[in-house]
Design a protein around this ligand. Sequence first.
Ligand code: GLN
Length: 187
Amino acid sequence: MLALQGDTREHLAALREAGADAVTVRRRSELDGVDGLVIPGGESTTMSHLLREFGLLEPLRALLREGLPAYGSCAGMILLSSEIVDAGVPGREALPLGGIDMTVRRNAFGRQVDSFEEDVAFDGLDGTVHAVFIRAPWVERIGEGVEVLAEAAGHPVAVRQGRVVATAFHPEITGDRRVHHLFVSSL
Ligand code: GLN
């Protein structure tokens, strides 16, 4: 669990309930030996700044290139992309780590529907998932080999490439552990 900023507590609880032996990561050395990385919801520009300050940006990019499994929700989805539209003010912008070949738009749903909830069909899970969107991104382009797992407003909001998964919404705050379980059971 990348614990620089964001809703790490909720993800830690969700991961443990999904059967993972979850630990927090703030330093490069703490990445050694993890089976996978979760990047929480929060603020992708702040997390990017801290990743750089803590010397984690390039090590994480390299680990993802080498195939480190990862799951990111909301700000975590933004960071797991390969390209960000509306990344923020230059110098303080959100920085892509790679992991999934996709372009995401930050704060895509706009001011009117800033935050909303919707039940979405999720590939691989029975029934629907109650999806909570909070100033959420959506996916504007996916590369070859990227699967769309869920859509809202005509855009992909959950995707997977290999063992890297990203959701624009926050399953960690709903009590439904199926998305975390899906990730944990793939490790
Ligand atoms: N809008 C935030 C960002 O750009 C994401 C919001 C969230 O994680 N709930 O990082």
